[in-house]
Design a protein around this ligand. Sequence first.
Ligand code: SAM
Length: 288
Amino acid sequence: MVEQESKGGLFLVATPIGNLEDITYRAVKTLEEADLIACEDTRVALKLLNHLGLKKKLVSYEKFSEEEKKSYLLDLVATGKKIALISDAGMPGISDPGEILVKEAWARGIVPVVIPGPSAFVSALVSSGLSAERFFFQGFLPKGKTKERLDILKELEEIRATLIFYISPHALVKDLEVIQEVLGNRNGVLARELTKYYEEIIRGSLKDLLQVAEARNLKGEMVLLVEGFSVKKEELPIEDQYQLYLDLLENRGYKAKEAIKEAAVRSGGRRNKLYEYILRKKEEENGK
Ligand code: SAM
């Protein structure tokens, strides 16, 4: 157990996700008082500091140098220096460097101080119109590695909470395709360029969003929110249950028995009814 002993020294400072006016008073004060600011991209940090009229010493702290730089920064904290950690946008540690530094800080008995502020997923969630009562933050799906992407999505499939994805603009179409394929054509929301000039929130089914993404070749920073899993209380029409069964069988590689079981659970229908219907269909298809 680590009890809080020292406070101060390492400050996790949230910065705007687009509109520079979203910086908090406390963030400005903390940056002003810091001896050193650790940041991802020094050019991005400079833009913010220039906007605030601050001239500060910067050190780059990015994903690939976290391990190497953490000791340097925490040694400085140990000598009484104030270190502020910022990322290119939003909250450090959320799909951005920070976690490794914070873990090491705790290991050394240094209690980090958070200076809260914008984060893209919270802003997207509360403005999406989807349930914010329960949500699951996935962040970015792994790039390219098909099996890893599918495995993660299968894990998310039955979560009864709004699912939140960060999307790289060049991966939008591919991500939407695979998400729709695994989770089905659920309702979704694409929150784009939040707090910026081209801010836009697009709502529709995942297929609708895919169509818009392709037609408009959407670019910029985006958060995708997807409605959580819900078992229908009323039974789906038997044809829809059959379709669900076929989807599970064909797209998801289920065995016939598992697919019937699963389709029955998801549709709220009865397994034996679906089974009889499948047999009838097969007989019809075989022209009997
Ligand atoms: N630390 C950040 C936070 O707290 O939200 C996230 C950093 S992550 C590297 C960048 C991703 O966040 C983008 O690819 C996008 O998915 C999302 N994002 C950042 N700014 C955004 C904005 N203004 N509008 C929509 N999404 C944004």
